[in-house]
Design a protein around this ligand. Sequence first.
Ligand code: GUN
Length: 281
Amino acid sequence: MSAQLLDGKIMAAELEEQLKNRVEALKEKGLTPGLTVILVGDDPASQTYVSNKEKACARLGIHSDTLRMPPETTQEQLEAEILRANADPAIHGILVQLPLPRHLDSDRALSLILPEKDVDGFHDINAGRLSRGMDCVVACTPKGALHMLKTAGIPIAGKEAVVIGRSNIVGKPMALLLLQENATVTVCHSRTADLAEHTRRADILVAAIGKPRFVTADMVKEGAAVIDVGINRVDGKLCGDVDFDAVKEKAAYITPVPGGVGKMTIAMLMDNTVSAAEKAL
Ligand code: GUN
């Protein structure tokens, strides 16, 4: 069997069409959604992500304001910029690109963003509300991954879902979203004993490890839906955390890298920004 591709390019384009209408409706009421992205340092992957976010804003007519700060930026300087964006009525969303340089305290910085402007869903309040099943801003990557499963009509309730990775950005919120959809959820990580024993039970397998082609075909159940969150660079080429060529012969659904979850992350960031602007109105 060759898996059906869950195409992030197509799904993100559909979402963007809807978002354009919502932005237009806001503009007719005199409000342009605004996003501030704060990028500290010169990590090349972060530069690419931030530039993709700027391009998405431009496509949708969202005002975007990127603050590029030098690697030696102090905690105080970073926090001053967050407070400035908090107070700016033209800004509805604030995103601090991670990872920050090691001398900076990202938890402290993220907790300063007003929860209603926290379009990443990383603030303690949004993360806490998600864990309680309350209305909140949901982190973009897991939100995008869930959207792909739902758009493809993949059943979630009652299914075995296995998430590899327990990061605050992807693994934990992904597990909570799948739980909310009534899946039976297992979270695996670097200390999990016999990882493959867990992954082979998964009807839905989410790989968010950060190791190129880590998930091999023998770790995947026949007919599974495989969501690859990884973005790794090997010999100058992008690849995911899943051995795509082998796993696609076993899975029923699979996301490609590039052109999979990454495209959805950006679309969901735009969605969260437009939603924040709608709420502000
Ligand atoms: N670094 C990698 N992914 C993300 C993300 O979704 N948001 C932010 N702010 N930084 C990231």
